[in-house]
Design a protein around this ligand. Sequence first.
Ligand code: NDP
Length: 337
Amino acid sequence: NKQVIFKNFVEGFPKETDMYVKTSSISLSVEEGSNAVLVKNLYLSCDPYMRTQMTLIEDPTDLSSFVLGSPVEGFGVAKVVDSAHPDFKKGDLVWGFTRWENYSLIKNPQGLFKINHTDVPLSYYTGILGMPGMTAWAGFFEICAPKKGEYVYVSAASGAVGQLVGQFAKLMGCYVVGSAGSKEKVELLKNKLGFDDAFNYKEENLVSALKRCFPKGIDIYFENVGGKMLDAALLNMRNRGRIAVCGMVSQYNLSKPEGVHNLMLLLEKRIRMEGFVVFDFFHQYSKFLDTVLPSIREGKIVYVEDIAEGLENAPAALVGLFNGRNVGKQVVIVSRK
Ligand code: NDP
């Protein structure tokens, strides 16, 4: 069983060498009478939140960090190869919490969801049909409360979540602009993902780029980045605008978060700024599938994935999220079936 092992806690930017790949010879089996499920991992998801699990947390009751010497944990798509749990049987396809290894013995499969629709790529259950898709859907429709014709700005727009927010906003009849960190990503936003406009945040003054793209101001800012980006967006918000705080990826590797200077504008402009966590919306998963699956099948929504081959390449794929190496949703293929 090949595994990606978490080697040391991280300060600053994570590196490939904070993890290593090893082969374990321990044989895994499901104990009768337990609730365990043995799965073969097919696709693994690289997600920015995993950085927070690489930080040493001093509080001994907080078990949210990765365990040193154990496999990295995260979302994935897998196939059940043995099960003692009444809800899962051999051959079922599932998505949810698993580990970065070929086979995982999941003692408590509460975090696994059965896959019932296989006419779309299975890897989509790490992205558009999994946690990032739910994030975009809940964050945009529930938190932003969008109206037709509104002006929407999405940062980290070409990523797993951002590319969907933009497309949901277009389907709603909004005007959508995205920012991303390379020329290639800007082209992708404009030419493939249907954004009305896009800019490279590394090459322009943020405040003037947003002024140019939104001469009348921003109604909705879908915040993925934080720091200077939030400050620039605040300056360009319209009265009664909404900011959905989905993430702040520019801050995850800093020992001290950057200061945000323009929060006073929340008051002057009567802006509603609200954070959210996708797990609070998981009970709406089937409603989400009912709206998103048809749009995929009808070609109304497209999804860009960046696929790394094999567990050996998984550490680089994860680390790449923090320098923008990924173009679209970062997935790792462990096995195709
Ligand atoms: P992405 O696929 O967008 O990958 C991360 C991207 O972030 C990179 O490709 C890079 O793109 C951008 N980035 C990295 N560092 C910086 C930086 N310093 N400044 C600006 N951009 C940077 O990831 P996801 O779509 O999975 O996640 C997007 C956001 O959503 C994250 O903040 C994440 O934490 C959050 N999230 C929140 C959830 C919730 O429940 N609230 C659930 C899931 C995700 P580029 O080339 O454009 O710089």
